[in-house]
Design a protein around this ligand. Structure first.
Ligand code: PRP
Ligand code: ADE
Length: 179
């Protein structure tokens, strides 16, 4: 494993049975509290954004905001928040989806994405893939192109990668760590 992967992995805490029995929760707060690890993560996500030719980053509420916003600044592209339903004040596009533990709906300001945009989706964890899949559907419905999905961590014991295959339509899924 490379030094950066080892550094990132060493700063992720496993919490068993959170938020409900049977879920192994991957807690990124130790990583965020370590400036060397958080900087390395930001640089890696920004590099992927630039390498795949993205012109905007979509961050998925809430942890995707923490990772996506500094990566957007570092990459020199705009940051677009995709929020849980009911939080954005303007005209929105919405998409319902299922989670590892429950279901939800996400929204984006319709005016934030348009034809000609190339979007990198950033989040902390790819689990079932439901959140990322819904975000890709939103991006395409807005007429924008998908540059890819970049996550800190892919949970390989869940079928997120397979679930995303159709929505990605050939765009890359980049995971800095796979567990
Ligand atoms: O691949 P999936 O099964 O969709 O799961 C991954 C999503 O679940 C978590 O977010 P959560 O909805 O718990 O929200 P939070 O970031 O606000 O805690 C995580 O941050 C991802 O966004
Ligand atoms: N196991 C998990 N750990 C952290 N975030 C998650 N989001 C969905 N599943 C998760």
């Amino acid at each position: 494993m490379t030094d950066i992967k080892e550094l990132l992995l060493s700063r992720i805490r496993d919490v068993a049975d959170y938020p409900e029995p049977g879920v192994l929760f991957k807690d990124i707060t130790p990583l965020l509290a370590d400036p060397a690890a958080f900087t390395a993560l930001t640089d890696a996500l920004a590099e992927l954004t630039v390498r795949h030719g993205a012109t905007k980053i979509v961050g998925l509420e809430a942890r995707g905001f923490i990772l996506g916003a500094p990566a957007a600044v570092r990459a020199g592209v705009g940051f677009i928040p995709v929020r849980k339903a009911g939080k954005l004040p303007g005209a929105t596009l919405g998409q319902a989806y299922d989670l590892e533990y429950g279901s939800a709906e996400i929204e984006v300001h319709a005016e934030d994405l348009s034809v000609g945009d190339r979007v990198m989706v950033i989040d902390d964890v790819l689990a079932t893939g439901g959140t990322a899949e819904a975000s890709l559907q939103l991006i395409r419905r807005a007429g924008a192109q998908v540059a890819g999905v970049a996550v800190l961590m892919e949970l390989s014991f869940l079928p997120g990668r397979q679930r995303l295959e159709t929505a990605l339509a050939g765009a890359p899924l980049e995971a800095l760590i796979t567990v």
